[in-house]
Every structure is written in C-alpha cells, then in structure tokens.
Design a binder for this molecule. Structure first.
Ligand SMILES: [Fe+2]
Length: 292
C-alpha cells in the first residue's frame, strides 16, 4: 500500500494557556483565529477553514495529527488496513471540520487521524505575512514527532501510510547525536520527520511563507514579543529551507521558513546528509555578548 495520504491537513494541540496562544498565533505567527470559545479555537492560514485546533488542557503538547486523503475509497482502505484504526464519530468529524475521519495511534502513542473532505473557506489573507503561507495542496507544513522506536515509526508511515523516504541527516549538533529520517507524501520535501524520543510528542511544526522578508519580519515579531529563540536563521542542506526556530507558549517549538525545495519522485534519490545546516541555526545563547 503506497501513496494513501495527500497532505498534512491539520494539527490539534492541547494547551494550558489559551490567551497566550491566541496572542502568539495572531501577533507572532500571523495566523487567523476562528471559532473562539471558552474551551478553544481554530487557526487558519489558507483555503482550509481550519488548519490547527487548540483546546484548553494541561498537556501542552500535540493532541492529534490530521492527514488528509483525496477520497472516501482511500479512507476506507486506511480504515481496513491500519492496525487499531476506528471510524471517528460524526461529532469527532465535526470537531475537525471534515466529512469523515479514521482514528489510530502511531508507535509513539500519538493520536493519528486520517481525514477526508475538509471544510473550505475564502483564502485567508494574513495582515502580517504579505507573501502568504505556502500551504494549499502541499499541506500546512511539516512536523517532527517523538519516535522512541524510530524503526517502528518508519514502518508505520512508510509501510502502512505510503510515505516515501526523502533523506536522512546523521551527524552531531552541539555535541548531541543526530539521526533524523525525513519522509514525504507529496511534493513538499518532507511532511513528517523523526529522530528518536523527544520530551514531548511534538518537537516542532513548520510554517512556510513566500519570502525571506516575511521570515525576517516574523523573527523580529518573535524577539519583540519576548518569544524564546531556539535557533537563529539558517539553511538546511536537505530541504534547503531558510528558517529559524523558537518556542511556542506550550514549550514545543515552531520553525518559520521559506524556500523549501520540492521533490519529484520520478528523479528523486534519497541521500544521507552529514550536517543539520549548511549555515546558521545556531542557538543564540552561544553568541550572547559577555557583560563587562
Ligand atoms: Fe523542520
């Protein structure tokens, strides 16, 4: 079974501080808030009615990953072949603004949802991101998930959901061993990656914008807003993304970048890279000026 999944459709987060997230998502990330209630809200970036679902709770972590399929036949195939999968209820589908969904768990225990028929809306125009978000048919971005048993996670995504290997990065980064596997399910270089166990289910999610100026402006907004920066600007060798990393109000990170390359399965050859970045991505603490 290959090629089931069309794109990364949505992410669901359980967050302890809804107000902090509302301000962060709109004023730093440049996303649009919709359906705000006491219990949560959704976020928009493109022609999907919702790309993120935030609900109030103590976990401060990923609650579910939503993968989108093109039609109901594909959804039925996933339901029949994915171990432990069940059909979501009408209420569960409505909560994700989709026609139908199937619910399962990945080897790390993270809730994985496969959905069909997302609600659409007028394309979102961000007041802060002039070039707009690069999403649409390539999905909302990508995510890096915790994988205590990377081989099991690779088998889950590749053998059961049809993802293809993009490449790996194997090296050390500031003394830490790195071994990350990158997988794609459409032209976006990777929609999911994993490199071992993480403190949270989610290491980071990526938002891609259309210009380097909009990455720089987001970095300015993050610094001005007191957001803790994890890694300054840099470029990855595999997807060529120029990006920075910083912390969300829930303690997991986001990556904000531009210029990600596309892969063509007809010619793509998976490789292994020996560095995380061609340049940059330094933790800013390393460059803090000493006080006299
Ligand atoms: Fe990333």
């Amino acid at each position: 079974m290959t090629g089931s999944i069309d794109q990364l459709g949505y992410l669901a987060f359980e967050v302890s501080d809804l107000n902090a997230w509302e301000s962060f998502a709109t004023n730093v990330l440049g996303l649009g808030v919709v359906d705000r209630t006491e219990r949560g809200f959704a976020l928009r970036m493109d022609d999907h009615a919702a790309r993120f679902f935030l609900t109030q709770g103590p976990a401060d972590d990923l609650a579910a990953v939503g993968w989108e399929v093109a039609d109901e036949q594909e959804l039925d195939r996933v339901l029949a072949t994915l171990p432990g999968a069940r059909e979501g209820t009408a209420e569960e589908a409505a909560a994700r603004a989709v026609v139908r969904l199937v619910i399962a768990r990945d080897p790390a225990g993270t809730q994985v949802e496969v959905a069909y028929g997302p609600a659409r809306a007028e394309p979102f125009v961000s007041p802060l991101v002039r070039s707009g978000f690069v999403a649409g048919a390539h999905g909302l971005g990508h995510l890096v998930v915790s994988a205590p048993e990377p081989r099991d996670t690779a088998a889950f995504y590749q053998d059961l959901l049809g993802f293809k290997l993009s490449d790996r990065i194997v090296c050390t980064f500031y003394g830490y061993p790195v071994d990350i596997t990158f997988l794609h399910t459409n032209e976006r270089h990777h929609s999911v990656a994993f490199g071992g166990p993480q403190p949270k289910r989610l290491h980071h999610f990526l938002l891609e914008v259309g210009s380097i100026d909009d990455v720089g402006a987001a970095l300015d907004r993050a610094i001005a807003g007191g957001v803790r920066i994890a890694q300054m600007l840099g470029r990855h060798p595999n997807d060529k993304m120029i990006s920075f990393y910083a912390f969300t109000p829930s303690g997991f990170q986001f990556e904000y970048g531009t210029g990600g390359r596309l892969v063509d399965d007809a010619t793509w050859q998976p490789t292994t890279h020996d560095r995380v970045s061609e340049w940059g991505h330094h933790p800013p603490e390393r460059y803090a000026p000493r006080r006299k």
